[in-house]
Design a protein around this ligand. Structure first.
Ligand SMILES: [Zn+2]
Length: 141
């Protein structure tokens, strides 16, 4: 089901595309505000709510309708210090992502060395280097 079809099902307008991010009400079921979204994020969120927040996954029967109808962009002006705090969070998230990539690059550069060290220090038979994960099935022993 497309985002447009989701909107049509609940008789809400699909927002026109926008540049950058918008704050929304009820992007999540916790924290009524604030979830900055691109238009793509917004469309994906609509589809996710429709597909996942169903009674078969343990959600209330009216959850999809209530959330989709109230999943609307903030119209008023948000507090400036809130925006500043959000921007600091976004910057930190980006730094985290960059640091994680740098860490994984160095990890991969040393992978053979790390595998050899693990083999000397640990007698487990569950670590599968070819899969880079532990496998717990009997045949893996
Ligand atoms: Zn081990």
């Amino acid at each position: 089901m497309t985002a447009l079809e989701v909107c049509q099902k609940y008789s809400v307008p699909l927002l026109e595309p926008w540049e950058g991010y918008k704050a929304f009400w009820h992007g999540w079921h916790e924290k009524f505000l604030i979830y900055w979204l691109t238009h793509k994020d917004y469309c994906e969120r609509l589809m996710e709510i429709e597909q996942r927040k169903t009674p078969e996954f343990g959600y209330a029967p009216n959850e999809r309708e209530v959330r989709i109808k109230h999943f609307r962009p903030v119209v008023g002006i948000l507090p400036a210090d809130l925006e500043e705090a959000r921007q600091a969070y976004v910057t930190a998230r980006q730094a985290y992502g960059t640091a994680w990539q740098a860490y994984m690059t160095v990890y991969e550069q040393h992978r053979a060395e790390l595998e050899a060290l693990h083999a000397r220090e640990c007698d487990c038979k569950y670590w599968k280097p070819e899969r880079q994960m532990m496998v717990f099935t009997e045949e893996a022993k």
